[in-house]
Design a protein around this ligand. Structure first.
Ligand code: ZN
Ligand code: ZN
Length: 176
């Protein structure tokens, strides 16, 4: 028996951004919860979320670590982009990184160091701090492509999936 083939799938960009956003739910810093995936040949090869270094207490337990001279920035967490790169930094050359916000300069330096080719993002932090503005210059100097895509609504995409999934559910036990 053939199964239906008219299923609606997200685009590849939507799929990878969905994955990045799904991973963001694991983030532990209440300032901003962000997730990242790195993709090579249409495969997710690394992922990360904002979190404290391994073995350190989470911001969600002990509060963010803020330094007076840096305003409200949290200095405890490793950013999601950086965490994804730390998973497999030697094998990400030529890859594409997906994350909801244009990375900060510290993450951009890690992206350059890992020789990632492209960054796909949806928006930018509402911050006038130089470390966000100058990440764009660093990317340009290293020839990293920055590609902004429209916001991916993970809730709608999942709703569409579940709608279809429930329609397609077999009424009787499956036979193999
Ligand atoms: Zn924090
Ligand atoms: Zn960052």
């Amino acid at each position: 028996m053939n199964s239906k083939s008219d299923i609606a799938r997200p685009s590849w960009d939507e799929y990878f951004m969905m994955a990045a956003k799904l991973i963001a739910v694991m983030a532990t810093c209440p300032k901003l919860r962000v997730g990242t995936v790195v993709v090579k040949n249409k495969r997710i090869v690394a992922s990360g979320f904002n979190g404290a270094p391994p073995g350190h207490p989470h911001c969600s337990e002990v509060g963010c670590l803020k330094f007076e001279e840096e305003g409200t920035s949290c200095r405890r967490v490793i950013h999601s982009e950086h965490n994804a790169i730390l998973q497999d930094s030697a094998n990400l050359a030529g890859g594409t990184l997906y994350t909801a916000y244009l990375p900060c300069i510290d993450c951009m330096k890690a992206i350059i160091g890992a020789r990632i080719d492209e960054v796909v993002y949806e928006g930018e932090y509402e911050s006038h701090k130089s470390r966000y503005k100058s990440s764009r210059d660093f990317a340009a100097l290293s020839g990293i492509k920055l590609r902004q895509i429209p916001e991916v609504n993970i809730v709608n995409l999942l709703a569409r999936y579940y709608e279809q999934h429930n329609e397609d559910k077999p009424s009787e036990a499956l036979e193999f």
